[in-house]
Every structure is written in structure tokens, then in C-alpha cells.
Design a binder for this molecule. Structure first.
Ligand SMILES: [Zn+2]
Length: 348
């Protein structure tokens, strides 16, 4: 991965290459931004530049420097086969790995996933490619121990020892505490890049020990994609909540449950965002577009979320997200949610 392959982010990249050129490489960094905006791309291009034996500098143009892309080190990193580059990512048991999973069990799958999607695949894409839609992938304590082991190894190529922890916010507490030790006592010649979409879930103690590189926002592409995917499902469901026809509702619940846990969680979070948007817009006397493609529904629905019911609606949705995260039965969770929502909506 070269910097030139990344869309936008020129200021961020120019700052990073300047820092590397000056030799002030920070031992632990947090790269913060959506996968679609290229956070993993940036991490990989950064490491490639760091190790490149023939860094290219440009006087003009938007990129002031880039890796050469052709030296042995560049080639190995771009193919993810550099022996001093170690990748960690959320994982779970699968049909093949039935117990104690760790990133080590899925290296080939992850390499393929990254290379096929040009390092822009999302967490949902990754879980789908592993076939674990219905499980919560995490970075566990075995992964954290492997990070520490990788950094303790002697460098094969005599240069930097590099660790990328993709979606580090998916570390469980045990893993985060384990990793903290290595952040507190860095080994010379090592670089750890924590690639995250959100740093809210990271331990404060971790956040305070890493330098944050924030990707420049590239607009609301993610929101638009979520709306495109989920608005029709949401509207179909909300319509049924008013009528509460059990047979149709059960069929819709089946449909939602078939999304798989991760997607269902996204759907519920999306629904929560829409409910808040409806309430705040109506309260402020502003129009709100659900963007469902159903003009009549879009015009009617926002006014249904009022000060009288916004709290129970939000609570019901948040609790459903929580239940799905805790492996509750999706159909029962959705059915209970439907009844609570239905009741709350009637109290407008
Ligand atoms: Zn190179």
C-alpha cells in the first residue's frame, strides 16, 4: 500500500511522512477513522513508508513523499508477507476453529480479506467472510499475549518490528489490560498501530499512552450507506407496529433476525439514530427525512416521536442492542422490542 493509493487524507499523510523523515517515530499510535475512509490503508502505507529503503520525495503535487513500492521491503509489506509485520483483528470460533480462537488461527483469511478489498473492508465484511455473522468477534487475551510475544521476538530483517491491531476497540478488558503493559514499557525498535473506528470504547489508560492520528472526515458516506440498506426494513417494521398484525409482525421479525447479530445490531443502532433525529427535528420545528423512499410515511412519521415517548423508545432500542450484544435470542428480543415500541408510539 502506498500513500498515493489512498483517497484524500493528504494533510494527514504529509504530516506523517514528515515525522518519519525526522526520525521521531512514536512507539504507539492510534489511527482513528472509518474503515471505508482508509484507516487500515493508512496504517499499512505508513509502515511501508517507514521501512522503505528508497523513500520518494516530491517537490510539487499534493503528496510530499511516498514509499517506492518496488524495494524488497515495500513488496513484502504490500503483500502482507513481511516477517516483522504482525496483524491482529477481532475473531471468534468458527466451524473450523472450535475453541480458543485467536488472530493466529485466521492469518490467511485476514490476508485475503485485506488484499481483496484493498484494505478498505469493514468489520461486518470481515465477520461475513469468516461466516460468523451471528457471533461477536473480539480481540481476546490470547491476541494480546501474541502481540507482546511478536514484539519480544528478534527482528527478522533487522529493522522495525511492527504490530497492527485492527479494530482495537474490540479488545475485551482482559486483552486491553494485557496490552497496556507493553504500551507502558515499549521495546526499542517497535511500532504498534491501533486502528480504530471509535476510541470511545478504548480504556482511557490506553488512549493516554498512544498518539492519535485522526483521519479527515470524508462526508456522510457511512450514514448514507446505512440508510440505503436499512430504511426500507425500518419503515416496514414501524408500519407493522402501528397495526400490530401478529402474523406479519412475526414474519418481519424473522426477516430482521436473519440479518445476523452484527447486522441486526447495526440496524437497531440505525433505528435509534433515526428516532433521535425525528424527535430533535420535530422539536426544533425542522423537517426530518428518513429517506425511506416512501414519501407519505416520511412526512407522517417524525411527528410520532415526541417528548412523551422519546425516552421509552430510546430505552427499548438501547436495551435491545445490549441484549443482542449479550447473545440473547434475536427473535425474542425483537418481539419484545416490537411490543414496547408499539406501546410507546401510541403514547405520542
Ligand atoms: Zn520501498
Amino acid at each position: 500500500m502506498q500513500f498515493k493509493d489512498i483517497v484524500g487524507q493528504r494533510d494527514v499523510i504529509n504530516r506523517l511522512t514528515e515525522i518519519i523523515d525526522s526520525g521521531r517515530v512514536s512507539h504507539a499510535q492510534l489511527i482513528l477513522g472509518p474503515a471505508e475512509d482508509g484507516s487500515l490503508q493508512l496504517a499499512l502505507a505508513y509502515l511501508q513508508y517507514l521501512c522503505c529503503t528508497n523513500r520518494q520525495h516530491h517537490d510539487g503535487g499534493d503528496l510530499r513523499a511516498d514509499s517506492c513500492g518496488t524495494c524488497p521491503s515495500c513488496k513484502k509489506i504490500s503483500q502482507l508477507i513481511h516477517p516483522d509485520l504482525h496483524l491482529f483483528f477481532p475473531n471468534a470460533t468458527t466451524s473450523r476453529v472450535k475453541s480458543n480462537p485467536s488472530s493466529a488461527d485466521f492469518q490467511q483469511e485476514f490476508h485475503d480479506f485485506v488484499l481483496e478489498r484493498n484494505a478498505r473492508g469493514t468489520l461486518d465484511d470481515w465477520f461475513a467472510s469468516l461466516g460468523i455473522e451471528n457471533k461477536q468477534g473480539i480481540l481476546n487475551v490470547r491476541d494480546a499475549a501474541d502481540v507482546i510475544r511478536s514484539l519480544a521476538l528478534k527482528s527478522y530483517e533487522g529493522g522495525w518490528k511492527m504490530v497492527v491491531v485492527w479494530m482495537a476497540e474490540k479488545m475485551n478488558e482482559q486483552a486491553a489490560n494485557e496490552l497496556l503493559k507493553t504500551l507502558e514499557e515499549p521495546t526499542p525498535g517497535t511500532v504498534i498501530l491501533l486502528v480504530v473506528e471509535s476510541d470511545e470504547r478504548l480504556l482511557q489508560t490506553i488512549r493516554s499512552r498512544v498518539q492519535t492520528v485522526r483521519l479527515a472526515p470524508t462526508g456522510s458516506s457511512r450514514e448514507a450507506a446505512l440508510a440505503e440498506q436499512f430504511a426500507p426494513l425500518l419503515v416496514g417494521w414501524l408500519r407493522l407496529l402501528f397495526k400490530l398484525r401478529m402474523k406479519e409482525l412475526a414474519a418481519h421479525v424473522d426477516l430482521l433476525a436473519s440479518l445476523g447479530r452484527e447486522q441486526l445490531k447495526l440496524f437497531l443502532q440505525y433505528a435509534l439514530g433515526v428516532m433521535r433525529g425525528c424527535f430533535l427535528s420535530t422539536a426544533a420545528g425542522m423537517p426530518y427525512s428518513i429517506g425511506s423512499g416512501d414519501a407519505k410515511f416520511d412526512a407522517m412519521f417524525p411527528a410520532m416521536i415526541t417528548a412523551n415517548n422519546v425516552e421509552p423508545v430510546e430505552q427499548a432500542l438501547s436495551e435491545a442492542v445490549f441484549a443482542i450484544e449479550r447473545n440473547a435470542n434475536p427473535k425474542i428480543t425483537l418481539m419484545e422490542l416490537s411490543f414496547r415500541m408499539s406501546k410507546a408510539l401510541k403514547k405520542k
